[in-house]
Design a protein around this ligand. Structure first.
Ligand code: AMP
Ligand code: ZN
Length: 462
């Protein structure tokens, strides 16, 4: 079955044909490891994980590279401000190395909790300084980069076309000329590929440019070239990377070897919180840790994210999480019922569901439609192990661990208590407060406390 993916480069959904049938090559821009990854960051990682799983479902082998940005990402995505790593190190009274290790470890813990596969190659910017310098030297040699007293800049005017990925308006950028721009820059939109380090800068390397450090964009160009060659199949990232980071990666690669590095450019949309942006000042920056603290299995968040196509904005609410939590339980129970079922089911019917699911995921990873097919299978009146097997096959894409019966929390609660909880919920729904209170008493007698919160109920051992 043909696989179609949306390509930001052509602004079209295109049939995916890999450069090499044997192995699909993917590069994903990884985290800048200076702070906790949010559930927003994780939405982008879930999208990338689904892409991997869909490619594998289609029979492809994968070579997926993800970088870890541990130097060079300045506070503004342009060439301004402090390095994010150094800012964080200063604020947390740690070395940049300690900061990088701490947040890299946390990032991979989050991935594991969400059952997101680790890419085949994970590479750190600080371990590829030589490769980046080699890239910069070639850009200078070919006339695409020039040196000033503060940095090595990429000369945008040397390109036949810029931008190619986004709708950047260069005239507007020029008009809005920023403060503190380097007056030695030839064009206002030229960007730094290498930066000369000020006196007290902590992260710097010696080269013919003096003590200096890489720009953010050069790391992805140098590392993707090293591990995947001058051209590979798919480049992914969040939507915010299009206008600066990915545009500039393309510019660098065109300068270096005359090629756009990837055939397909895929971008995941943002997660919103209560309809707006996640921000520290609004106190609505949520981490996977917060989801766990509320008593949810992190996988619930993964299922929640499937309610929306990766190219649409997804609005996070705790009500949505509560609904997803119930859905996950229903899905797991549905799988178990099919597993224990004895009904006869036509092979052609199983094939029909498989085809519908496959069509959905091959239509630019349409998970809401794919989940619709999953629910049809779960809800079928006839119960058959053949359908359980089909659900397990689907789970290779979903990554929801549907064969793991219940979450740890619920495993530890005895059935009789769960029944009392359900009866109490029913009583509350019917506004039968007296009965609800009696049931609370019975739950307490069995050794459990029950608390009603805005996000649902919380159960704790007494
Ligand atoms: P940041 O930590 O802001 O540098 O983000 C790292 C990457 O995660 C970004 O490049 C985005 O692609 C992605 N990202 C950040 N915030 C969100 C969000 N709210 N929803 C989806 N992806 C996000
Ligand atoms: Zn990148």
């Amino acid at each position: 079955m043909d696989l179609y993916l949306n390509n930001t480069l052509t602004k079209k959904k295109e049939k995916f044909i890999p450069i090499n049938q044997e192995e699909v090559t993917i590069y994903s821009c990884g985290p800048t490891v200076y702070k906790d990854a949010t559930i927003g960051n994780m939405r982008t990682n879930i999208f990338q994980d689904v892409l991997r799983r869909v490619l594998r479902y289609n029979g492809y082998k994968i070579k997926h590279v993800m970088n870890i940005t541990d130097v060079g990402h300045l506070v503004s995505d342009g060439d301004e401000g402090e390095d994010k790593m150094l800012k964080s190190a200063r604020e947390e009274h740690k070395t940049p190395l300690e900061i990088a290790k701490h947040y890299t470890d946390l990032f991979f813990q989050d991935l594991a909790q969400l059952n997101i596969e680790t890419p085949e190659i994970v590479c750190k910017a600080t371990e590829h300084i030589e490769e980046m310098l080699e890239y910069v030297r070639k850009l200078i040699k070919k006339g695409y980069a020039y040196e000033t007293s503060t940095a090595i800049y990429f000369d945008i005017s040397k390109l036949d076309e810029y931008p190619v990925l986004s709708h950047l308006n260069l005239e507007e950028q020029k008009a809005g000329a920023r403060v503190n721009v380097d007056l030695e820059k030839k064009n206002p939109y030229d960007f730094a590929v290498w930066i000369k380090a000020p006196e007290n800068h902590l992260m710097k390397w010696d080269s013919e440019f003096g003590p200096s450090y890489p720009g953010w964009h050069i790391e992805c160009s140098a590392m993707s070239k090293k591990y995947l060659g001058e051209q590979f199949d798919i480049h992914t990232g969040g939507i915010d990377l299009i206008p600066t980071h990915h545009e500039n990666e393309i510019a660098q690669s065109k300068g270096y070897c005359g090629k756009i590095p990837a055939k397909f450019w895929m971008h995941g949309e943002y997660l919103l919180i209560d309809g707006g942006k996640m921000s520290k000042s609004l106190g609505n920056v949520y981490l996977i840790k917060d989801i766990v603290e509320k008593g949810y299995d992190p996988i619930v968040y993964k299922l929640f994210s499937y309610s929306c196509h990766y190219r649409n904005k997804l609005n996070f609410t705790w009500e949505g999480m509560e609904a997803a939590s119930k859905s996950l339980q229903r899905l797991k129970k549905g799988y178990q019922r099919h597993l224990k079922g004895t009904d006869e089911i036509e092979e052609s019917q199983v094939e029909e569901y498989e085809k519908k699911f496959h069509q959905a995921i091959n239509d630019d990873l349409n998970m809401p439609i794919a989940m619709g097919v999953v629910w049809q299978v779960v809800r079928l009146e006839k119960k058959s192990p053949k359908l359980a097997e089909l659900l397990l096959k689907f789970d290779n894409v979903l990554g929801l661990k549907i064969q793991e019966e219940t979450t740890k929390l619920q495993e530890s609660i005895p059935d009789e208590v769960i029944q009392l909880i359900e009866q109490r919920q029913e009583a509350r729904k019917c506004k039968d407060w007296k009965k609800a209170d009696e049931l609370r008493g019975l739950i307490n007698e069995k050794g459990y406390d029950i608390k009603d919160t805005k996000q649902g109920i919380e159960i704790k051992k007494r």
